[in-house]
Design a protein around this ligand. Sequence first.
Ligand SMILES: Nc1ncnc2c1ncn2[C@@H]1O[C@H](COP(=O)(O)OP(=O)(O)OP(=O)(O)O)[C@@H](O)[C@H]1O
Ligand SMILES: [Mg+2]
Length: 438
Amino acid sequence: MNILIAGHEKINLRITQELIQTHITDSHVFLCSSPDEIAPKMKEYNIDIVLLEIIIPQIKGINILKNIRSKKEYNDIQIIILTEIIDKEVFKLCFENGANDYIYKPIDLIEFVARMNASIKARRNIIALQKTNDTVTTQYKKLQAMTHKLKDTQFNLIQKEKLTALGEIAAGIAHEINNPMGFISSNLDTMNRYIQKIRNLILLYRNFVQLPIDANINHELLLREKAAIADIEQKQKIDFVLDDLTSVILESRDGVERVTKIVQSLINLAKTGTENEIAYNDLSQIAEEALLIVKHETKCIADIDKQIEVPLYLFCNKGQIGQVILNILLNAIHAVKNQSRKSMGKITIKAYHADEYVMCKISDDGPGIKKEHRNRIFDPFFTTKDVGSGVGLGLSVAYDIVVKNHGGELTVDSEPGSGTSFTIKLPANSGKIYNAEE
Ligand SMILES: Nc1ncnc2c1ncn2[C@@H]1O[C@H](COP(=O)(O)OP(=O)(O)OP(=O)(O)O)[C@@H](O)[C@H]1O
Ligand SMILES: [Mg+2]
């Protein structure tokens, strides 16, 4: 402990120094007989305890006390007043200005040693507290850095899992896009042929219109031309062409809309909604988009029973919730597909409001989940799929998104042999909760 004794008479200072050095172990004592020396010495020797003499009638010492305490770095050192004064008002003033204790003069050895030791103990406690505080601050900073890192990892996982899911269904999506593209392309050929026919007919009409109409008009020629046009119209099936042209255009427009929808759903899903992209979204639309993406996967495997309330507004990250629904749907499709059953399976998706929540329940009539697996399905990397066909992240990512990112619940209900139901429960205002945590 570094102790500074500040007073007027050098001889008194020396006596006090002697007392401390004799009775207090592990102490280094520095003396100060002029107020001007106090600040430099405190700085130089890193003082823990100041013994400050205040004498009658001067109470100049109070100003020194105020001065020391006014500096932030001396906020928690110990200051003991050394005095002959017995005036309670002066004590009050000392304590109000930051003194920790007082010792009467002439010094009583037992009292002096006891008070000094108490002060040393208090100072040591403060130092220990500061150390703990520093450690806690460092740990907290480390924890913050780790949380950031974890968030990054989680974000990457979400992205990776999304890519895996998309990779799995890419062929199906390509087919869903190729199919309309195929008939649009063939419709364009048809339209081209029809337009050629119509153009030829228009040429005939133009020729007919340009025939000179005067007094010498050859009625027979007119009738022949008219009959030729009617004949061509019939041979080229112009009535059918005109009707069919309308339906070919409508069908092509429908195909373009299908492709646009699929592409838009993919774009929406791809937007992981980086970190805090929370907005007011319609879950019915998110579910429709996920269904559109997996549409091809369900063909010949399961009928989809849609019971979706419209609209179902909630604050959420659209890309992330889309991914949750997609992951659960894909699991249901895989489960049914793996049964290699003769009849079609059934996947039901129900979405509805319930009080302050938006619910989405996805059920399948697949094989169900074994009892011993039920507690593990949300664990990262738990999979019962063959090596290479499942990473085991779908449900773990879904759980993080629903529970951690949206303050919701993700539960499973499954009996081996009687199918599986996953229920997503999202607070309609989860976005607000999510933002508040940031
Ligand atoms: N509807 C379901 N029916 C039966 N089992 C299921 C169902 N959904 C999930 N499971 C089980 O839970 C496991 C974990 O699912 P999860 O989606 O996390 O990973 P995965 O589908 O195996 O791999 P991926 O990372 O490709 O999604 C699955 O391997 C499967 O055993
Ligand atoms: Mg999965």
